[in-house]
Ligand binder design. Structure first.
Ligand SMILES: C[S@@+](CC[C@H](N)C(=O)[O-])C[C@H]1O[C@@H](n2cnc3c(N)ncnc32)[C@H](O)[C@@H]1O
Length: 192
């Protein structure tokens, strides 16, 4: 069946010649919080910089994205680095992760509010969420323009407010806008 979101992203990745992005800041700068072993999911992974980081850390990694074209490049990169990643072309809104499946889930620059409850259930007890995505209070023309895909103030924090909050950052439009972590919010939280 025709899926305009899939078509859009397949087109994007088929014409994308960018270098592989870095892992999301929330993971890149806080890798020391990861468990030494277990299963991890990079949800809506794109080229899978987070997945590669998680696998290099020794976790068993699954990487899902609606765009097969993104996963082809990720599989190639993983092969070159002799890293194992289980890639799957999957519409996560139709096929969300099953309950109690992952020790770690990483989501970066992707927001589907209807999926938050499934993500919360999919993480095992004591497991971790690393989540980073765009906010409405952006100071630069980056990320989506559609407000449906942008976080309200402290919204990311509220998604996990009953978990153990290990780290939260949302600078919004406070202070010197030339500096700091702007345009996105990020959270690391542990499921009780
Ligand atoms: C802005 S990109 C972010 C990619 C990666 N997480 C990153 O931070 O570089 C958003 C990603 O979400 C994927 N995506 C969009 N809708 C999806 C869906 N329903 N199921 C799975 N992936 C989806 C797109 O294909 C795209 O790779």
């Amino acid at each position: 069946m025709n899926n305009p979101i899939k078509d859009k992203w397949e087109k994007h990745y088929n014409s994308c010649t960018n270098d592989l992005p870095l892992p999301a800041a929330v993971l890149l700068h806080k890798q020391h919080l990861l468990p030494a072993h277990g299963t991890a999911l990079d949800l809506a992974c794109g080229h899978g910089a987070n997945a590669l980081c998680l696998a290099a850390h020794g976790l068993t990694v699954f990487a899902w994205d609606i765009a097969a074209a993104a996963l082809t490049r990720l599989a190639q990169t993983a092969k070159e680095r002799a890293i194992s990643i289980k890639t799957e072309a999957r519409d996560v809104t139709q096929y969300p992760p099953a309950p109690d499946t992952f020790d770690v889930i990483v989501v970066s620059r992707f927001l589907e509010r209807d999926l938050i409850e499934s993500i919360r259930h999919a993480i095992k007890s004591n497991g971790l969420i690393f989540y980073q995505t765009f906010i409405k209070d952006k100071v630069a023309d980056t990320g989506p323009r559609n407000p449906n895909y942008l976080l309200g103030k402290n919204e990311l924090l509220q998604f996990f407010s009953d978990w153990n909050i290990i780290y939260y950052c949302e600078e919004g439009t406070t202070g010197n806008l030339e500096q700091g972590f702007r345009n996105q919010a990020m959270i690391i939280a542990q499921k009780p």
